[in-house]
Design a protein around this ligand. Structure first.
Ligand SMILES: [Mg+2]
Length: 352
């Protein structure tokens, strides 16, 4: 646990609110809007190999006229399945005040069938693995048994929706890891996918804490939870390889997505991070969604270009959820700083 404790990271307790560092509320808003903006930015370029993309500075919500965009007919600034499912997760966490994989699947099914939390109720981008898990769930299979467990079940569909857990969670790092894994399982139940979600959430948490080496600190925490010889540690060391230089591929494979986001985060502004993520090509909306979430935390809401926020559609769907998340965080922050019942121990019981 950082010096900030479990709760202060999001609500004005950091002592780091110097001009270069966004305030804690700005980091929270940045993460929330960053993932939606990143997704929407990537949508027109999805499936395109990097060599066929416009040059990087021209990657925008509205692609250059000559570019043959994907998802023809979808207006610029529209988030896809990534954003909608992330909002489903946030809504579930807020409504249930707990980690509830079954409730998450209920909401993801509402998205799939009725366009719940999709802009204009338009469902236009559905991952294969998630689609298969939804079908099983609708046939009556329990949520925790719907996800693929085999090697081929390591698409990025659970990683892309997982950031809201890190934005909402007040428990320990160990609980965050456990909950991230639980929430991956209904669609992506291979340990590699689960651990990528966990590492991403830990990374987001360390970024929120404005620590010096957020990625490596997150890696050390994850490694500390899984000693050598465990199946999880084998996955971390041999497959996720978080300590190694990893090529940016921008594919739909969960490790590629997480590592591509890590590489994109070497850029020095929100704009450059998400453009770098799109420039890797292929699964551009998801890579930019994953990178956009963590870039939004690092650079804060003020770091996201206003023109992109203005172009983003569906804000009426997202804003009420953000407002509720902010209230939860504010209340939790006050309890931690004000000597209330949650002063040294979070008032909210461990999740899940
Ligand atoms: Mg998508």
């Amino acid at each position: 646990m950082s010096a900030l404790g479990g709760l202060g990271r999001w609500w004005g307790l950091s002592g780091n609110d110097v001009p270069e560092v966004p305030s804690a509320p700005d980091r929270l808003r940045g993460g929330f809007w960053g993932l939606l903006v990143g997704d929407a930015l990537g949508v027109p370029y999805e499936f395109t190999p990097p060599q066929r993309l416009p040059e990087r500075r021209k990657l925008d919500m509205e692609p250059p006229v000559a570019f043959l965009r994907s998802h023809h007919g979808i207006k610029p600034g529209t988030w896809s399945d990534d954003g909608a499912q992330a909002l489903c997760l946030l809504e579930s966490l807020l409504e249930k005040d707990a980690v509830d994989p079954r409730d998450l699947m209920d909401r993801i099914c509402r998205w799939f069938r009725d366009g719940h939390l999709a802009v204009g109720r338009d469902v236009f981008d559905v991952g294969m693995q998630t689609s298969r898990s939804i079908s099983k769930f609708l046939e009556g299979v329990p949520a925790m048994s719907c996800g693929r467990t085999d090697e081929q079940g390591n698409g990025n569909g659970s990683l892309m929706r997982s950031l809201p857990l890190a934005l909402w969670h007040v428990g320990t790092d160990e609980e965050l890891v456990s909950d991230a894994r639980l929430l991956s399982r209904p669609t992506h139940a291979h340990p590699r996918s689960e651990l990528c979600c966990a590492l991403y959430c830990l990374w987001a948490r360390r970024l929120a804490d404005t620590t010096d080496h957020p990625w490596m600190e997150a890696v050390e925490i994850l490694e500390g939870l899984f000693p050598r010889g465990t199946r999880e540690r084998e996955e971390i060391d041999a497959e996720i390889r978080p300590r190694e230089e990893y090529p940016a591929k921008g594919s739909g494979y969960v490790v590629d997505s997480l590592q591509s986001a890590r590489i994109a985060m070497r850029e020095r502004s929100f704009e450059d991070v998400v453009r770098a993520a799109v420039a890797f090509g292929h699964d551009t909306d998801t890579t930019a969604c994953i990178a956009g979430g963590v870039a939004g935390i690092r650079y804060g809401i003020r770091g996201i270009p206003k023109r992109w926020l203005k172009t983003l559609r569906g804000r009426d769907l997202a804003e009420p959820l953000l407002a509720r998340l902010e209230m939860v965080r504010e209340r939790a922050g006050k309890q931690e700083s004000g000597g209330g019942p949650g002063n040294s121990t979070p008032e909210v019981p461990p999740r899940g």
